[in-house]
Design a protein around this ligand. Sequence first.
Ligand SMILES: [Zn+2]
Length: 312
Amino acid sequence: MIPPVRPLGDFPLSRSALDRDQLSRSADGFVAAALTDPRSRIVRLGAGRMRVRQNALVLEQVSEADAAEAGSAVYLGRTVDDDGDIDAGTPILLLASAEAGDDDERTGVQWLSPRDMAHLLSDRDAGIASEAAAVAAWHRSSRFCSNCGTETVVRNAGWMRACPNCGVDHFPRTDPAVIVRIVHDDRILLGSSALWPEGRYSLLAGFVEAGESIEAAVLREVEEESGMRLASPTYLGSQPWPFPRSLMLGYHAELAPDQDPDAISRDEEELDDVRWFSREELLASDSRVTLPGPTSIARAIIDDWLRGDERQ
Ligand SMILES: [Zn+2]
């Protein structure tokens, strides 16, 4: 019998070493007090990018100007471990703006998206980056009540927006999406999106639809995109993808016993190509295939298969 596939963890943006400290969020004046606490640190986010120096987030001390931002700051939580000049228990707050600042050659500070650099960060900073990107994206799109259109008011240390007109409370949302490694006869099925540069291939993926189970979404998405019917998929692990608000759920699957692997029927609107690749083809030094970037769950799941140690 073939041994089962191994679950995967520690995807770049799944890591964290921050205590989200949810119970503190609803206390009156919590953020205002945290912004005057000299231990607190600020992470700044502008247009989805964050300040990074030497593969670490820049966690600044609170300035006087920051202390006036209690209405828009978000409390991300407390650090768990001592790390350099930041002690365990340090409150971390997010201040987000529409624009990123300028890179500073003198200090080496750059404004970068976690999408491009999260794999280089420590667990603590990766967790902060993922949380900050997700909650900032939610605020950007949630200024008005989706129930009645009235401008909403930030509450709960940035984790709720309350409507003063109809009384509905709004919370950050996450859109689940499935991403599937399909393997048959030592080959992997990859697709190339119509929106990507030529030669870029990745796992088949798609959003879970309203009223649909995750398991049904895996089978539906793969059949829609490639025509392949699968045998019972195995869950591998998840990674938040806060660009702007996805949660990627990774699966491994083999073909249904009566499925002909050559009977590929591509979704011509979404994909320019779907085909099987051998390890040799993907690993060849002259390979023309570009795989997804190193922060993506797709890359981690593909790499696990390329190493050939995906089974327990
Ligand atoms: Zn409302």
